[in-house]
Design a protein around this ligand. Structure first.
Ligand code: FAD
Length: 314
């Protein structure tokens, strides 16, 4: 095990949140190391939408530009998976990488995102991000006026919300209830709003991978859709935060942070999808920036206290 250089800040995860924080901190002249496992959440999508001035940009191009800007300002970015973190006696953190290397930091920003747990319906994962979507704000506009199937799933409220939202984009929206039991009131509201309801269990998606999609039901019926929306279960990648003892919000179960991303553990911040599953790219980037500014203030405070203690003892 080799101990490497000490950093002011280690940022774990170099997606929108981590890179944005890395840029702000590097420009503030902090020494910043970003460690990234290279699996950004929106990688399956060909284009990213809703980011002012970047609408339609491929996600990989967006991240490449962010990496260029952060490294030009002085940040270091390394491909690495963080396996564990431990508090040091000096108040900092030992960050252990998958290969056993240990990096040391005074403070941490965890921006590790989340994993979308897709329903186990055959044909979904191959089309995820291309013909199968989850976010009307990200891809609803691209499928406007097309025939859209919404497949009910484990995240029930999200499925109902999707059906309602998507009706604003198309007058051909079908909710395939799948595992969802609708109340009579819900059936009434959905029907009155022009959403077709098809009961039954979805058994598979088929057709050419670039569309259209045949959505097959257990009872032998099939519905052709030009786009399909599902409601994956978001699983925040927050094991590192929890292992450090960061408290969760009892209402949401998510690791709790303040407005700038500070957790309950001093010196540990978190930003983006890891603590806010609903964050879009632009809001994840904004959260990273807010955390960076708070972290830099915290470092400055520590430095002033240390300098004044040194002067008193001299
Ligand atoms: C298919 C799809 C399409 C989407 N389209 C859009 C869109 O058009 N517009 C939009 O605004 N939003 C879109 N989103 C949402 C978008 O992906 C998120 O808002 C965004 O990725 C959040 O950024 P983040 O930095 O929090 O996480 P991420 O971008 O997921 O970055 C987290 C990074 O941390 C790394 N990491 C995780 N664990 C570790 C570890 N232990 N060690 C080191 N690194 C680690 C990961 O590999 C990853 O690179 C889409 C999502 C999906 C699933």
């Amino acid at each position: 095990m080799t101990e490497k250089t000490h950093h002011d800040v280690i940022i774990i995860g170099a997606g929108a949140a981590g890179l944005s924080a890395g840029l702000v901190l590097a420009r503030a002249r902090a020494s910043v190391l970003l460690l990234d496992a290279g699996e950004p959440r929106n990688a399956p999508a060909a284009h990213m939408h809703g980011f002012l001035s970047r609408d339609g940009m491929p996600p990989a191009e967006f991240l490449a530009a962010g990496r260029r800007e952060a490294t030009a300002a002085g940040a270091t970015i390394e491909p690495a998976t963080v396996r564990g973190i431990e508090r040091r006696d000096d108040g900092g953190f030992d960050v252990t990488l998958a290969g056993g290397t240990v990096e040391v930091a005074r403070t941490l920003l965890v921006a590790t995102g989340l994993k979308d747990e897709l329903p186990g319906i055959p044909g979904v994962s191959e089309r995820w991000g291309a013909l199968v979507h989850h976010c009307p704000y990200c891809h609803g506009y691209e499928v406007r006026d097309r025939s859209i199937g919404v497949i009910g799933g484990a995240a029930r409220e999200m499925s109902l919300k999707q059906a309602g939202l998507l009706r604003r984009y198309s007058d051909r929206v079908t909710l395939l209830t799948n595992s969802i039991e609708l109340t009579p009131a819900e059936r009434h509201y959905l029907g009155a709003f022009g959403i077709r309801i098809v009961d039954g269990t979805v058994s598979r998606l088929s057709g050419e991978v670039d569309g259209p999609v045949a959505v097959s039901l257990d009872d032998g019926h099939s519905l052709e859709c030009e786009a399909v929306f599902i409601a994956p279960v978001p699983r925040p990648t927050d094991d590192l935060l929890r292992s450090l003892g960061c408290e969760a919000d009892p209402r949401t179960g998510l690791v709790a942070v303040d407005a700038a991303g500070q957790t309950s553990v001093p010196g540990v911040w978190a930003a983006g999808n890891v603590v806010t599953p609903s964050a879009q790219v632009i809001t994840a980037a904004g959260a990273g920036s807010a955390s960076a500014i708070a972290i830099n203030g915290w470092l400055l405070q520590q430095d002033i206290v240390a300098a004044s203690a040194g002067r008193q003892s001299a």
